[in-house]
Design a protein around this ligand. Structure first.
Ligand SMILES: Nc1ncnc2c1ncn2[C@@H]1O[C@H](COP(=O)(O)OP(=O)(O)OP(=O)(O)O)[C@@H](O)[C@H]1O
Ligand SMILES: [Mg+2]
Length: 541
């Protein structure tokens, strides 16, 4: 079936049932439906239902319940507009004679909906008193053919999706895009099971991240730390009272926070090719770490590792005559890490840094420096949190495919995987954003239980199939045309029970957007043409 999305026509007369609710259609019976999963609905004349709209279908049989359907697709039947009829009309130049949908018995629209939830009243006794509670469950009743179909109301939407009702208690991120416009308020604890946000460039990922940050920081006072590869969050963070820091300039990281394999991953390529040099670094680092674990020391720095190299080199180098050369090579190459200035004495107190939020501006870093910074920051924060030295926090990683790539290894992969795997138990929340779900490690995104999927190129669609929750193929196929700022929200029982299109709300921190597309035409006119023409008139090379 083809999907359609024409706007509702307000001029069309509506049909109301006894409760004065708008009846948008009628459940029909054909050879395939209704089933427990699918229902087909003949729409009332002039009524349209957009894909993703939630509808209610009261069931009356042994039990009175309400089935909730989510519109998958629709199709229009109009025998007057078959190609032969249109051909005859065009050839004979005769106007349309047939009645409109309202007055026709042959023109109709048929929508198909997936039955996603059933709302029922559960009776129970409390303190000797009989009470009734409205609950939801997977559909267990078959819809009645001929039943009226209504647009679901706000309460039904909230119940069906398992959302938070109180805006102050949850994360208000946007609203439904069709049917009854209902606020989408995620349960705040959903962030503990991590978020994944993907979409093509300019689709609205960072904007949405800003909205989520407003909720986390302003409403729930949860610290947020950004690994900001494109300097997209500085304005927002400043507006929210946080700080913008540059690695190596405003803060450094203790090398002792890394694991041995992380340190080896960060070594210069030339060094990684020499097993002896790697062994020397590993042993020097390992011995210092043992001291640290035995609590002989509180931390160690890159200088401490460098100082340990001669002793370890002497132990591991077979030929005595080679020792000075080996020491020199290892110290020189390991010393290149010092150029980054990221490794130093560490942040005096992360607690002051983290709260209310901090963005680590990594725009000026090369890709290998970026890996060092992200690995070191995430590892240090996780270590501190596991020892309860810092409060819970949310780590936001934009361009996450660079850090947890699919297939290949990267220094950061281990710590991010650990974050999503164990974070929930320790108050470490992760948000991963990417333009390229094809390139990101699938086992990592599977651990992110709430997902916001913005417009994607068709070649990226397969990549999200593994995490699509109950999104239908129709929903996925519509993704390349998803408008900016609109996403498919999906999740699990804790966040959002069913996939639904969501329009992300406006940010309430004004002018907080970073990473806006610059006006290159204005820049040419106002700056470069003048400079270049002046250069040309000056002559010379
Ligand atoms: N929900 C929204 N409401 C209003 N404007 C929006 C919304 N979402 C996106 N925009 C606009 O679209 C622009 C691009 O969005 P955004 O910066 O979030 O893209 P992105 O997906 O992060 O792209 P990139 O991958 O290139 O960083 C924003 O600067 C903003 O002007
Ligand atoms: Mg962005």
């Amino acid at each position: 079936m083809k999907s359609f999305s024409s706007d509702e026509n307000p001029s069309v007369k509506t049909v109301a049932n006894s409760n004065n609710q708008l009846v948008v259609g009628t459940v029909i019976s054909d050879q395939e439906t209704p089933t427990f999963e699918t229902v087909r609905i003949k729409l009332k004349a002039g009524q349209d239902l957009k894909p993703g709209t939630l509808v209610r279908i009261p069931v009356m049989r042994n039990e009175q319940t309400i089935l909730i359907g989510r519109i998958r697709s629709a199709y229009e039947c109009n025998p007057n507009e078959r190609v032969e009829s249109v051909g005859v009309r065009d050839a004979l130049k005769i106007p349309k004679m047939h009645p409109t949908e309202e007055h026709s018995t042959r023109i109709f629209r048929l929508a198909e909906a997936d039955l996603i939830e059933e709302i029922f009243n559960r009776e129970f006794v409390e303190n000797g008193e009989k009470k009734i509670k409205t609950e939801t469950r997977a559909p267990q009743n078959l819809p009645n053919s001929g039943a009226d179909v209504f647009i679901a109301d706000v309460n039904e939407i909230v119940q069906t999706l398992g959302l938070e009702q109180d805006e102050n208690q949850g994360l208000f991120i946007g609203e439904t895009t069709s049917g009854t416009i209902s606020k989408i308020i995620l349960k705040r604890q959903s962030v503990q099971r991590h978020f994944f946000i993907c979409g093509t460039t300019g689709s609205g990922k960072s904007y949405a991240m800003g909205v989520i940050t407003e909720e986390l920081v302003q409403k729930h006072k949860l610290p947020v730390v950004f690994i900001d590869t494109q300097d997209e969050y500085s304005e927002l963070v400043k507006k929210l009272g946080g700080v913008v820091v540059e690695p190596g300039k405003d803060f450094s990281i203790r090398i002792s926070s890394l694991t041995e394999s992380e340190l080896l991953d960060l070594l210069p390529e030339a060094m990684k090719k020499s097993p002896l040099q790697c062994d020397i670094v590993a042993k020097a680092f390992g011995e210092l770490q043992t001291k640290l674990t035995n609590e002989d020391m509180a931390k160690f720095t890159l200088d401490d590792v460098l100082a340990k190299i001669p002793e370890v080199s002497a132990e591991l180098t077979a030929k005595e005559g080679d020792i000075p050369r080996v020491i020199d090579a290892v110290q020189r190459r390991l010393g290149t890490l010092a150029k980054l200035k990221i490794f130093g004495h560490g942040v005096a107190d992360w607690r002051k840094f983290l709260y209310p939020c901090v963005t680590i501006n990594c725009k000026k870093l090369t890709s290998s420096q970026l890996q060092s910074v992200a690995t070191a920051v995430l590892r240090e924060l996780q270590n501190l949190r596991l020892r309860n030295h810092i409060p819970p926090y949310v780590a936001v990683i934009d361009e996450a495919h660079l850090f947890v790539p699919e297939g290949t290894s990267s220094p950061c992969k281990q710590i991010i995987r650990e974050g999503v795997r164990i974070g929930r138990h320790h108050g470490i929340c992760m948000v991963l954003l990417t333009q390229s779900p094809v390139d990101i490690d699938k086992s990592t995104i599977r651990q992110c239980n709430t997902r916001l999927v913005f417009a994607l190129e068709p070649d990226q669609l397969d990549a999200i199939k593994g995490v699509k929750a109950d999104a239908t193929d129709e929903m996925l196929r519509a993704l390349p045309k998803m408008p900016q700022g609109t996403c498919l929200l999906s999740g699990t029982y804790e966040s959002v029970k069913h996939t639904i299109p969501v329009r992300i709300r406006k940010r309430n921190t004004e002018d907080s957007e970073g990473g806006k597309t610059p006006n290159i035409f204005e820049e040419m006119q106002e700056k470069w043409i003048k400079i270049i023409e002046e250069l040309k008139t000056q002559g010379g090379e």
